[in-house]
Design a protein around this ligand. Structure first.
Ligand code: HSE
Length: 417
């Protein structure tokens, strides 16, 4: 058997994840992986590691022939891309946790991996401690993956849990998420759904071979959810979660989005609290499977980085099987969704855009309706993001084109029309 490679690591970033990795590696000497240098921005900061380890010159790592692995865990996306690009060009394998960078530059990164034949691993970039990328890549390497629904952002899940179960106010909950090292440097990325859609861009690639860009996937975060929405959820025995969803439709194309969703209390995702993430995969024959684990934080994220480093010892690389060995799927907007919308003023709701409306509540704490609308209509408009309006998908929100006529007829009959 080929002996395991000695890994000499150049690390970029010594924040929550970088420092976590440094500590974990000290506790796993059997890995034959050592950090030779750490590149940081500000050398004057006090750090819990010897001064000689640190540099502010990226070339000390990128041009060091002894360093065969670059681990990049910085938060700025463009510098991260330059580091990863140069590292691959210079013949180094790369482990990254920069989901924004990876999602925004996916096509170039795919090409670079093909050209260099080197590994670029990024398990930590989605769902932190849950090995979801490698599972999608290796275990679900066929065409039988029907759907994935997931909570992929720890901070928003933490904030929702603290607000609606422990009655903290939004600011307190966010501050706590920041103090615990869950939130992004700019927490707007978490709260407004950017982080989740970046992760979802990567996961739909490994699930369905779709090479997309975060801009192409409809998303929002938890910024407009209000206490009254949580009251309605409770009345209906639902939780509110920020859910990333992808589903293969009968036309063979894939519906994908990241939106707040009502989740039934007996569903696995409703069990996911605080900074935990969860992934429910539905596939042919196996039915549903549920993956659960910490989705943010120093050690949980570093543990995924460690696992990638370990995989490099036996030259593991993503094969992007769905993209290169199967016919890759395409995204579609040709479907309908059932939504709950709460609002202050009925005048801002384009009622005629709805296929039908099932519930109207003008006497509730805050007015709301539940209705069915085409996904395209939602994607092409902004009314649901404005004027203090909140939009939450109902459980099992997707209605396929082929079903819409039958369901519309039924709903009109029920309404006596
Ligand atoms: N800010 C991210 C989250 C960190 O809360 O999920 C882990 O990717």
């Amino acid at each position: 058997m080929e002996s395991q490679k000695q890994l000499t690591i150049g690390l970029f970033g010594f924040g929550v994840v970088g420092e976590g990795l440094y500590k974990i590696l000290q506790q796993t000497p059997s890995l034959k992986a050592t950090i030779k240098k750490v590149c940081i921005k500000d050398k004057s900061k006090k750090r819990n590691a010897p001064d000689s380890l640190f540099t502010t010159d990226k070339d000390e790592i990128l041009n060091d022939p002894e360093i065969n692995v670059v681990v990049e865990v910085i938060s700025e996306s463009e510098p991260a891309f330059q580091i990863v690009k140069t590292a691959l060009k210079n013949g180094k394998e790369v482990v990254s946790a920069s989901k924004k960078m990876l999602a925004e530059h996916l096509p170039e990164l795919l090409q670079m991996q093909q050209e260099t034949g080197l590994s670029l691993l990024y398990e930590a970039s989605a769902c932190a401690s849950i090995p979801v990328i490698r599972n999608l890549e290796e275990y679900y390497d066929n065409d039988l993956l029907y759907s994935i629904r997931a909570i992929v952002n720890g901070s928003t899940n933490f904030i929702l849990t603290k607000m609606f179960e422990e009655k903290l106010d939004y600011k307190e909950a966010l501050l706590l998420a920041q103090q615990l090292g869950f939130a992004e440097a700019d927490p707007k990325l978490d709260v407004e759904g950017y982080d989740a859609v970046n992760k979802w861009t990567l996961l739909v690639n490994h699930a369905y071979g779709i090479v997309s860009h975060p801009d192409k996937i409809l998303f929002t975060g938890i910024q407009s959810i209000q206490g009254s929405d949580a009251t309605v959820a409770r009345e209906k025995n639902y939780d509110i979660k920020l859910v990333a969803q992808a589903k293969k439709l009968q036309n063979g194309k894939v519906a994908a989005f990241v939106l707040p969703q009502f989740v039934k209390l007996n569903e696995p995702l409703s069990f996911v609290k605080n900074e935990y993430n969860g992934v429910v995969i539905e596939s042919g024959f196996a039915d549903k499977q549920f993956f659960y684990g910490k989705g943010a934080g120093s050690f949980p994220t570093a543990s995924a980085v460690l696992s990638d480093i370990s995989a490099l010892r036996y030259n593991y690389r993503y094969e992007y099987k769905k993209l290169y060995y199967h016919k890759p799927h395409e995204l579609t907007n040709e479907f309908f969704v059932k939504v709950y919308v709460s609002f202050d003023d009925l005048a801002v709701i384009p009622k005629d855009k709805f296929e039908w409306i099932e519930e109207w509540h003008s006497d509730a704490e805050r007015k709301y309706l539940i209705g069915v609308i085409s996904f395209t209509a939602l994607k092409e408009s902004n009314w649901w993001r404005e004027n203090n309006t909140s939009l939450i998908l109902t459980p099992d929100p997707i209605i396929e084109d082929v079903e819409i006529r039958k369901l519309k007829k039924k709903s009109l009959e029920l309404a006596g029309l």
